[in-house]
Write a protein that binds this ligand. Sequence first.
Ligand SMILES: [Fe+2]
Length: 178
Amino acid sequence: MTQLETGYDHDSPDTLHGLAYVAFQELATRIAHRNTGRYSDDPVADRIMIRIAADENLHMVFYRDILSAALEIEPSAAVQAIVDEVLAFKMPGAGIPGFIRKAARIAEAGIYDLRVHRDDVLMPILKHWRIFELSGLDAAAEAARRRLAEHLDMLEVAARKFEARIAGSTAARIARAG
Ligand SMILES: [Fe+2]
């Protein structure tokens, strides 16, 4: 109720940024909804989530393809918008009370975590756009692209740390149970 009453405003500086954000966000929701269905261990809930995830995929394709066109028309501006949105990315629902704690539990359940975010959301879309193969960018877009590469490296390190922590706590649980 709090989330719905507060509403949501991405306050993008422009349309390009808004479109770049939703390209990633729609894929993130597709994967999170699909994994939520699986996690529910309930065949009806699972089928509902499969249906919703299929819609989210269509949303993603729509926005991703608009960005593909933007990359052809205004590559430097499009790259900058994409990088800004990757660096500032927040899942929808970030305004829910206790979101950080909830996001941690969602990650521990394997529904959505840094590994999924990096490897299954950011990378497939960035590869589709061939971001790291584009040429003829202006200096600002080149600098943005370097920041993007650093950010992806940082996410890789953070994802490995998280995986090590989860593996450690699982081992501790098994040891306690034994
Ligand atoms: Fe959607």
